[in-house]
Write a protein that binds this ligand. Sequence first.
Ligand code: SF4
Ligand code: SF4
Ligand code: SF4
Length: 187
Amino acid sequence: METKETETTRRAFLKTCGRYSVVAGLAGAAGLLAGKQQITGDALVWQIDPHKCIGCGVCAYRCNKLISAVKCFHTYAMCGYCDLCTGFFDPQLFTRDEGAENQLCPTDAFSRREVEFPYFEYIIDHDLCVGCGKCVDGCFTLGNGSLYLQISQSECLQCNQCAIALYCPTKAIAQIPAEKAYLLKQV
Ligand code: SF4
Ligand code: SF4
Ligand code: SF4
């Protein structure tokens, strides 16, 4: 059974993470929008609506870039910091064994570190992420969808016609003015 002190520590940690994720999210958004492309105010940028995306996998191979401009993002304030994360582990296996064969991510982009037993922080390396959506789909299986896909503005070529948008089964991709807020999941 958890002591009161442990609970307080965990709550303090989650609160800190929540605050951090908002700051990191905003800073990340600003950084991405001001990335390589130098996108100006009235320009349109391709974006995924994270509430329409079902993580179908098309984003990984329809992008005009060899490695997709679509990456996995994480709203830490929504995350349960679950030990048995079904975005990290294959939900069919119901295991906590971290062997590569039990993990969903095919590129080793998705890692975790223990923050306070039994809670884990999940981290995505965008240099390795190919936007396959396996972790996003897995998170939906038992979790609450804190993992989601978004087009990284520092990677996107802003093609006249986004090749992924043509094939997206849920029409989740559209052009929005660059001056509008980056489409992130919020709590
Ligand atoms: S599972 Fe796919 S979308 Fe998720 S982090 Fe790995 S490469 Fe990216
Ligand atoms: S606009 Fe082009 S580079 Fe950007 S996500 Fe779509 S296909 Fe990929
Ligand atoms: S094609 Fe559409 S539904 Fe499929 S992963 Fe990409 S944005 Fe999501």
